[in-house]
Ligand binder design. Structure first.
Ligand code: PLP
Length: 403
Protein backbone atom coordinates (compact mmCIF):
# COMPACT_ATOMS: atom_id res chain seq x y z
CA UNK A 1 0.00 0.00 0.00
CA UNK A 2 1.40 3.41 -0.85
CA UNK A 3 0.58 6.58 1.03
CA UNK A 4 -2.15 7.64 -1.37
CA UNK A 5 -3.98 4.32 -1.07
CA UNK A 6 -3.66 4.57 2.66
CA UNK A 7 -5.24 8.02 2.76
CA UNK A 8 -8.00 6.85 0.43
CA UNK A 9 -8.65 3.95 2.81
CA UNK A 10 -8.83 6.20 5.82
CA UNK A 11 -11.47 8.44 4.31
CA UNK A 12 -13.66 5.40 3.79
CA UNK A 13 -13.18 3.22 6.86
CA UNK A 14 -12.60 3.80 10.54
CA UNK A 15 -9.37 2.18 11.70
CA UNK A 16 -9.42 -0.93 13.87
CA UNK A 17 -10.27 0.04 17.41
CA UNK A 18 -13.18 2.20 16.45
CA UNK A 19 -11.55 5.61 16.22
CA UNK A 20 -11.71 7.46 12.96
CA UNK A 21 -8.58 9.31 11.99
CA UNK A 22 -8.65 12.93 11.10
CA UNK A 23 -6.94 13.60 7.81
CA UNK A 24 -5.58 16.84 9.18
CA UNK A 25 -3.00 15.04 11.31
CA UNK A 26 -0.19 13.38 9.44
CA UNK A 27 0.87 11.75 12.74
CA UNK A 28 -2.26 9.58 12.59
CA UNK A 29 -0.73 7.62 9.71
CA UNK A 30 0.93 4.40 10.81
CA UNK A 31 4.69 4.47 10.33
CA UNK A 32 5.96 2.69 7.20
CA UNK A 33 6.55 -1.02 7.74
CA UNK A 34 10.13 -1.84 8.62
CA UNK A 35 11.43 -4.34 6.07
CA UNK A 36 13.62 -6.63 8.17
CA UNK A 37 14.34 -8.96 5.26
CA UNK A 38 15.76 -6.12 3.22
CA UNK A 39 17.59 -4.66 6.19
CA UNK A 40 19.20 -7.99 7.04
CA UNK A 41 19.84 -9.01 3.45
CA UNK A 42 17.58 -12.08 3.60
CA UNK A 43 16.22 -13.36 0.28
CA UNK A 44 12.41 -13.51 0.10
CA UNK A 45 10.63 -15.45 -2.63
CA UNK A 46 7.41 -16.59 -4.21
CA UNK A 47 6.61 -20.00 -2.77
CA UNK A 48 5.43 -22.31 -5.54
CA UNK A 49 6.95 -25.32 -3.75
CA UNK A 50 4.70 -25.96 -0.74
CA UNK A 51 4.83 -26.03 3.05
CA UNK A 52 8.49 -26.92 3.55
CA UNK A 53 9.98 -26.21 6.97
CA UNK A 54 13.26 -25.13 5.36
CA UNK A 55 11.33 -22.50 3.39
CA UNK A 56 9.51 -21.34 6.56
CA UNK A 57 6.46 -23.37 5.47
CA UNK A 58 3.34 -21.19 5.42
CA UNK A 59 2.27 -17.58 5.87
CA UNK A 60 -0.12 -16.68 8.64
CA UNK A 61 -3.30 -14.99 7.37
CA UNK A 62 -4.25 -11.56 8.80
CA UNK A 63 -6.64 -13.11 11.38
CA UNK A 64 -3.76 -15.09 12.89
CA UNK A 65 -1.25 -12.23 12.81
CA UNK A 66 -3.86 -10.03 14.46
CA UNK A 67 -4.50 -12.64 17.18
CA UNK A 68 -0.77 -12.72 17.91
CA UNK A 69 -0.44 -8.92 17.92
CA UNK A 70 -3.36 -8.45 20.31
CA UNK A 71 -2.27 -11.29 22.62
CA UNK A 72 1.16 -9.74 22.98
CA UNK A 73 -0.26 -6.83 24.94
CA UNK A 74 -1.41 -8.58 28.13
CA UNK A 75 -0.10 -10.93 30.77
CA UNK A 76 -2.00 -14.12 31.49
CA UNK A 77 -1.30 -17.31 33.43
CA UNK A 78 0.13 -19.75 30.89
CA UNK A 79 -1.85 -22.71 32.26
CA UNK A 80 -5.07 -20.74 32.02
CA UNK A 81 -4.32 -19.85 28.39
CA UNK A 82 -3.79 -23.57 27.64
CA UNK A 83 -6.96 -24.52 29.58
CA UNK A 84 -9.26 -22.10 27.82
CA UNK A 85 -7.77 -22.42 24.33
CA UNK A 86 -7.62 -26.20 24.77
CA UNK A 87 -11.36 -26.29 25.49
CA UNK A 88 -12.14 -24.33 22.33
CA UNK A 89 -9.81 -26.35 20.11
CA UNK A 90 -11.31 -29.55 21.52
CA UNK A 91 -14.77 -28.29 20.50
CA UNK A 92 -13.59 -27.34 17.01
CA UNK A 93 -11.92 -30.73 16.52
CA UNK A 94 -14.52 -32.83 18.34
CA UNK A 95 -11.95 -34.15 20.80
CA UNK A 96 -12.31 -34.61 24.57
CA UNK A 97 -9.40 -32.26 25.21
CA UNK A 98 -6.55 -30.50 23.44
CA UNK A 99 -3.37 -28.53 24.04
CA UNK A 100 -1.16 -26.37 21.85
CA UNK A 101 2.34 -27.76 21.38
CA UNK A 102 5.52 -26.53 19.69
CA UNK A 103 4.63 -28.30 16.42
CA UNK A 104 3.55 -31.83 15.57
CA UNK A 105 6.90 -33.29 16.64
CA UNK A 106 6.38 -31.73 20.04
CA UNK A 107 2.84 -33.17 20.18
CA UNK A 108 4.35 -36.63 19.57
CA UNK A 109 6.86 -36.23 22.41
CA UNK A 110 4.30 -34.79 24.83
CA UNK A 111 1.62 -37.32 23.95
CA UNK A 112 4.08 -40.14 24.50
CA UNK A 113 5.18 -38.60 27.81
CA UNK A 114 1.55 -38.37 28.94
CA UNK A 115 0.93 -42.03 28.14
CA UNK A 116 4.02 -43.10 30.10
CA UNK A 117 3.67 -40.92 33.21
CA UNK A 118 -0.05 -40.50 33.69
CA UNK A 119 -0.60 -37.95 36.46
CA UNK A 120 2.43 -39.15 38.49
CA UNK A 121 4.83 -36.21 39.03
CA UNK A 122 7.59 -38.57 40.14
CA UNK A 123 7.46 -40.37 36.83
CA UNK A 124 7.40 -37.05 34.97
CA UNK A 125 10.67 -36.12 36.68
CA UNK A 126 12.27 -39.45 35.74
CA UNK A 127 11.81 -39.13 31.96
CA UNK A 128 13.60 -40.11 29.74
CA UNK A 129 15.11 -42.77 32.03
CA UNK A 130 12.59 -45.58 32.00
CA UNK A 131 14.61 -48.45 33.42
CA UNK A 132 13.44 -49.34 36.88
CA UNK A 133 10.93 -46.49 36.78
CA UNK A 134 7.83 -48.65 36.72
CA UNK A 135 6.89 -47.08 33.39
CA UNK A 136 6.30 -49.00 30.18
CA UNK A 137 9.01 -48.60 27.56
CA UNK A 138 8.04 -49.87 24.11
CA UNK A 139 5.99 -48.51 21.20
CA UNK A 140 4.77 -50.62 18.32
CA UNK A 141 4.96 -49.11 14.84
CA UNK A 142 4.40 -50.63 11.40
CA UNK A 143 7.69 -50.90 9.51
CA UNK A 144 6.47 -48.69 6.65
CA UNK A 145 5.38 -46.05 9.18
CA UNK A 146 8.80 -45.92 10.83
CA UNK A 147 10.43 -43.43 8.48
CA UNK A 148 11.72 -40.62 10.66
CA UNK A 149 8.98 -38.83 12.55
CA UNK A 150 8.51 -41.83 14.86
CA UNK A 151 11.88 -40.88 16.34
CA UNK A 152 10.10 -38.08 18.23
CA UNK A 153 8.64 -40.76 20.50
CA UNK A 154 12.10 -41.95 21.54
CA UNK A 155 12.76 -38.58 23.21
CA UNK A 156 10.77 -39.95 26.14
CA UNK A 157 13.10 -42.95 26.40
CA UNK A 158 10.88 -45.53 24.67
CA UNK A 159 12.16 -48.13 22.26
CA UNK A 160 10.51 -48.62 18.86
CA UNK A 161 9.37 -52.13 17.94
CA UNK A 162 8.44 -52.56 14.26
CA UNK A 163 5.94 -55.08 12.91
CA UNK A 164 4.35 -55.77 9.53
CA UNK A 165 1.28 -57.87 10.20
CA UNK A 166 -1.34 -58.10 12.95
CA UNK A 167 0.08 -61.51 13.91
CA UNK A 168 3.49 -59.95 14.42
CA UNK A 169 1.88 -57.16 16.40
CA UNK A 170 0.16 -59.59 18.77
CA UNK A 171 3.46 -61.41 19.30
CA UNK A 172 5.33 -58.14 19.92
CA UNK A 173 2.96 -56.99 22.66
CA UNK A 174 4.16 -57.53 26.20
CA UNK A 175 3.91 -55.90 29.64
CA UNK A 176 6.28 -53.12 28.45
CA UNK A 177 4.12 -52.06 25.48
CA UNK A 178 3.01 -48.46 26.06
CA UNK A 179 1.43 -47.43 22.76
CA UNK A 180 0.48 -48.37 19.21
CA UNK A 181 1.61 -45.51 16.96
CA UNK A 182 0.21 -44.86 13.48
CA UNK A 183 1.50 -42.51 10.74
CA UNK A 184 -1.54 -41.44 8.75
CA UNK A 185 0.50 -40.52 5.67
CA UNK A 186 1.59 -44.16 5.32
CA UNK A 187 -1.89 -45.60 5.86
CA UNK A 188 -2.14 -46.63 2.18
CA UNK A 189 1.17 -48.53 2.49
CA UNK A 190 1.02 -50.42 5.80
CA UNK A 191 -0.79 -53.77 5.93
CA UNK A 192 -2.73 -52.81 9.07
CA UNK A 193 -5.28 -50.05 8.42
CA UNK A 194 -6.83 -47.59 10.87
CA UNK A 195 -9.80 -49.70 11.95
CA UNK A 196 -7.77 -52.82 12.63
CA UNK A 197 -5.08 -50.79 14.44
CA UNK A 198 -7.76 -49.32 16.69
CA UNK A 199 -9.48 -52.63 17.38
CA UNK A 200 -6.13 -54.22 18.24
CA UNK A 201 -5.47 -51.36 20.65
CA UNK A 202 -8.85 -51.82 22.26
CA UNK A 203 -8.59 -55.60 22.46
CA UNK A 204 -5.07 -55.52 23.93
CA UNK A 205 -5.75 -52.52 26.18
CA UNK A 206 -3.02 -50.32 24.66
CA UNK A 207 -3.48 -46.60 23.87
CA UNK A 208 -3.27 -45.57 20.21
CA UNK A 209 -1.71 -42.41 18.79
CA UNK A 210 -1.83 -41.04 15.24
CA UNK A 211 0.34 -38.46 13.45
CA UNK A 212 -1.74 -36.42 10.96
CA UNK A 213 0.83 -33.61 10.71
CA UNK A 214 0.21 -32.41 7.14
CA UNK A 215 -3.15 -34.06 6.58
CA UNK A 216 -5.58 -31.20 6.09
CA UNK A 217 -7.24 -30.61 3.68
CA UNK A 218 -9.79 -32.11 3.91
CA UNK A 219 -10.94 -30.13 6.95
CA UNK A 220 -12.86 -33.17 8.24
CA UNK A 221 -9.53 -34.78 9.11
CA UNK A 222 -9.40 -32.41 12.10
CA UNK A 223 -12.05 -34.57 13.79
CA UNK A 224 -12.08 -37.80 11.76
CA UNK A 225 -9.41 -39.57 13.83
CA UNK A 226 -10.79 -38.37 17.17
CA UNK A 227 -14.16 -39.77 16.17
CA UNK A 228 -12.59 -42.98 14.90
CA UNK A 229 -11.27 -43.59 18.41
CA UNK A 230 -7.56 -42.76 18.47
CA UNK A 231 -6.59 -41.85 22.04
CA UNK A 232 -4.21 -39.14 20.82
CA UNK A 233 -4.04 -37.18 17.56
CA UNK A 234 -1.08 -34.94 16.61
CA UNK A 235 -1.12 -32.22 13.93
CA UNK A 236 1.16 -29.41 12.74
CA UNK A 237 -0.07 -25.87 13.16
CA UNK A 238 1.96 -24.23 10.44
CA UNK A 239 1.31 -26.32 7.35
CA UNK A 240 -2.04 -25.99 5.52
CA UNK A 241 -3.65 -24.69 8.73
CA UNK A 242 -1.43 -21.61 8.35
CA UNK A 243 -1.12 -21.13 12.09
CA UNK A 244 2.14 -20.22 13.79
CA UNK A 245 4.86 -22.35 12.19
CA UNK A 246 6.27 -23.19 15.64
CA UNK A 247 2.94 -24.52 16.92
CA UNK A 248 0.89 -27.68 16.66
CA UNK A 249 -1.91 -29.47 18.47
CA UNK A 250 -2.12 -32.56 20.65
CA UNK A 251 -5.70 -33.67 21.13
CA UNK A 252 -7.55 -36.68 22.46
CA UNK A 253 -8.48 -38.28 25.75
CA UNK A 254 -8.84 -35.90 28.68
CA UNK A 255 -6.59 -37.80 31.12
CA UNK A 256 -3.84 -38.13 28.53
CA UNK A 257 -3.84 -34.43 27.64
CA UNK A 258 -3.75 -33.54 31.35
CA UNK A 259 -0.85 -35.95 31.81
CA UNK A 260 1.01 -34.60 28.75
CA UNK A 261 0.84 -31.10 30.17
CA UNK A 262 2.84 -32.21 33.20
CA UNK A 263 5.90 -32.50 30.94
CA UNK A 264 5.26 -29.17 29.18
CA UNK A 265 6.04 -25.56 30.12
CA UNK A 266 5.57 -23.83 32.50
CA UNK A 267 6.86 -27.01 34.18
CA UNK A 268 10.41 -28.20 33.71
CA UNK A 269 10.67 -31.64 32.24
CA UNK A 270 11.74 -33.26 29.02
CA UNK A 271 9.58 -30.84 27.01
CA UNK A 272 10.58 -27.61 28.75
CA UNK A 273 12.27 -26.66 25.50
CA UNK A 274 8.97 -27.05 23.62
CA UNK A 275 7.71 -23.71 24.83
CA UNK A 276 4.75 -22.02 23.19
CA UNK A 277 3.70 -18.75 24.72
CA UNK A 278 0.27 -17.10 24.81
CA UNK A 279 0.70 -15.46 21.41
CA UNK A 280 1.29 -18.76 19.61
CA UNK A 281 -1.35 -20.61 21.63
CA UNK A 282 -3.96 -17.99 20.80
CA UNK A 283 -2.62 -17.70 17.24
CA UNK A 284 -3.07 -21.46 16.85
CA UNK A 285 -6.66 -21.15 18.05
CA UNK A 286 -7.34 -18.26 15.64
CA UNK A 287 -5.96 -20.28 12.72
CA UNK A 288 -8.11 -23.34 13.51
CA UNK A 289 -11.16 -21.16 14.02
CA UNK A 290 -10.51 -19.56 10.62
CA UNK A 291 -9.77 -22.87 8.94
CA UNK A 292 -12.96 -24.66 9.98
CA UNK A 293 -15.03 -21.69 8.75
CA UNK A 294 -13.26 -21.38 5.37
CA UNK A 295 -15.11 -22.09 2.14
CA UNK A 296 -12.98 -25.09 1.23
CA UNK A 297 -14.81 -25.79 -2.02
CA UNK A 298 -14.13 -22.27 -3.22
CA UNK A 299 -10.52 -22.48 -2.11
CA UNK A 300 -10.03 -25.74 -4.02
CA UNK A 301 -11.51 -24.14 -7.17
CA UNK A 302 -9.08 -21.24 -6.82
CA UNK A 303 -6.19 -23.68 -6.62
CA UNK A 304 -7.41 -25.43 -9.77
CA UNK A 305 -7.62 -22.10 -11.56
CA UNK A 306 -4.06 -21.26 -10.55
CA UNK A 307 -2.85 -24.66 -11.72
CA UNK A 308 -4.63 -24.04 -15.05
CA UNK A 309 -2.84 -20.70 -15.53
CA UNK A 310 0.59 -22.30 -15.08
CA UNK A 311 -0.38 -25.38 -17.07
CA UNK A 312 -1.56 -23.32 -20.07
CA UNK A 313 1.65 -21.28 -20.09
CA UNK A 314 4.22 -24.07 -19.86
CA UNK A 315 2.43 -26.39 -22.30
CA UNK A 316 3.09 -23.81 -25.02
CA UNK A 317 6.76 -24.78 -24.87
CA UNK A 318 7.87 -27.49 -27.30
CA UNK A 319 8.43 -30.89 -25.69
CA UNK A 320 6.85 -29.95 -22.35
CA UNK A 321 4.23 -32.21 -20.78
CA UNK A 322 2.21 -31.67 -17.63
CA UNK A 323 0.20 -33.69 -15.18
CA UNK A 324 -1.96 -32.54 -12.28
CA UNK A 325 -1.27 -34.61 -9.20
CA UNK A 326 -3.02 -34.62 -5.84
CA UNK A 327 -1.23 -36.55 -3.08
CA UNK A 328 -3.78 -38.93 -1.52
CA UNK A 329 -3.07 -38.19 2.16
CA UNK A 330 -0.52 -35.58 3.23
CA UNK A 331 -0.38 -32.20 1.46
CA UNK A 332 -3.61 -33.13 -0.27
CA UNK A 333 -3.75 -30.14 -2.65
CA UNK A 334 -3.35 -29.97 -6.43
CA UNK A 335 0.21 -29.77 -7.79
CA UNK A 336 1.46 -29.54 -11.35
CA UNK A 337 4.18 -31.88 -12.49
CA UNK A 338 6.08 -30.41 -15.44
CA UNK A 339 8.19 -32.80 -17.51
CA UNK A 340 10.31 -32.11 -20.60
CA UNK A 341 12.01 -34.08 -23.31
CA UNK A 342 15.77 -33.90 -22.61
CA UNK A 343 16.39 -34.16 -26.38
CA UNK A 344 14.45 -30.94 -26.90
CA UNK A 345 15.08 -29.02 -23.69
CA UNK A 346 18.69 -28.81 -22.51
CA UNK A 347 18.00 -28.25 -18.86
CA UNK A 348 18.34 -30.21 -15.63
CA UNK A 349 15.71 -30.01 -12.89
CA UNK A 350 18.26 -28.43 -10.55
CA UNK A 351 19.27 -25.87 -13.17
CA UNK A 352 15.67 -24.81 -13.68
CA UNK A 353 15.21 -24.53 -9.92
CA UNK A 354 18.33 -22.37 -9.72
CA UNK A 355 17.29 -20.11 -12.60
CA UNK A 356 13.97 -19.41 -10.90
CA UNK A 357 15.59 -18.95 -7.51
CA UNK A 358 18.16 -16.46 -8.75
CA UNK A 359 15.74 -14.65 -11.08
CA UNK A 360 13.71 -11.60 -10.22
CA UNK A 361 11.46 -12.02 -8.37
CA UNK A 362 12.92 -15.14 -6.80
CA UNK A 363 10.67 -18.21 -7.13
CA UNK A 364 10.98 -21.56 -5.34
CA UNK A 365 9.65 -24.76 -6.91
CA UNK A 366 10.24 -28.45 -6.20
CA UNK A 367 13.26 -29.17 -8.41
CA UNK A 368 15.02 -31.91 -6.47
CA UNK A 369 12.69 -34.89 -6.79
CA UNK A 370 13.00 -36.18 -10.34
CA UNK A 371 15.13 -35.90 -13.45
CA UNK A 372 13.81 -33.70 -16.32
CA UNK A 373 10.82 -32.80 -14.21
CA UNK A 374 9.81 -30.24 -11.61
CA UNK A 375 6.71 -29.77 -9.48
CA UNK A 376 4.82 -26.66 -8.45
CA UNK A 377 2.10 -26.34 -5.86
CA UNK A 378 -0.16 -23.31 -5.68
CA UNK A 379 -1.69 -23.27 -2.19
CA UNK A 380 0.98 -20.95 -0.84
CA UNK A 381 0.79 -18.46 -3.74
CA UNK A 382 -0.45 -14.96 -3.01
CA UNK A 383 -2.66 -12.93 -5.36
CA UNK A 384 -0.80 -12.01 -8.52
CA UNK A 385 2.01 -14.52 -8.01
CA UNK A 386 0.55 -17.30 -10.15
CA UNK A 387 1.05 -15.27 -13.32
CA UNK A 388 4.67 -14.56 -12.39
CA UNK A 389 5.39 -18.24 -11.76
CA UNK A 390 3.76 -19.17 -15.08
CA UNK A 391 5.76 -16.55 -16.97
CA UNK A 392 9.09 -17.41 -15.35
CA UNK A 393 8.68 -21.14 -15.95
CA UNK A 394 7.75 -20.57 -19.58
CA UNK A 395 10.66 -18.16 -20.12
CA UNK A 396 13.26 -20.53 -18.71
CA UNK A 397 11.90 -23.59 -20.51
CA UNK A 398 11.80 -21.68 -23.79
CA UNK A 399 15.34 -20.40 -23.33
CA UNK A 400 16.56 -23.99 -23.01
CA UNK A 401 14.66 -25.29 -26.03
CA UNK A 402 16.80 -26.38 -28.99
CA UNK A 403 15.93 -24.62 -32.24
C1 PLP B 1 5.83 -32.04 9.32
C2 PLP B 1 5.64 -33.35 9.98
C3 PLP B 1 5.95 -33.54 11.34
C4 PLP B 1 6.60 -32.47 12.17
O1 PLP B 1 5.76 -31.41 12.36
P1 PLP B 1 6.24 -30.00 12.95
O2 PLP B 1 4.95 -29.28 13.10
O3 PLP B 1 7.17 -29.40 11.96
O4 PLP B 1 6.89 -30.29 14.25
C5 PLP B 1 5.65 -34.75 11.91
N1 PLP B 1 5.12 -35.76 11.18
C6 PLP B 1 4.85 -35.63 9.87
C7 PLP B 1 4.28 -36.79 9.11
C8 PLP B 1 5.10 -34.42 9.22
O5 PLP B 1 4.82 -34.28 7.91
Amino acid sequence: MNRRDLIKGITLFPLVGGSTVSLGHATALPPPERDFFKELGIRVFINAAGTYTFMTASLMPPEVVEAIRVSAKQFAILDEVQDKVGEQIAKLCKAEAAMVTAGCWSALVLGMAGILTGMDDKKVAMLPFLEGSGMKSEVIVQKSHANGYHMALTHTGVKIVTVETSDELRKAVNEKTACLWFLNREAPVGAIKHEEWLSLGKELGIPTMIDIAADVPPVENLWRYNEMGFDLVCISGGKALQGPQSAGVLMGKKQLIAAARLSAPPRSGIARGHKVNKEEIIGMYASLDRYVKLDHTKEWKEWEQKIAVIDTAVKKVKGVKTEVIVPPVANHTPALKITWDPNVTTLTSEALGKQLRTGSPSVEIVSWEEKDSVKVTVFMLKTGETEIVARRLKEELEKATKA
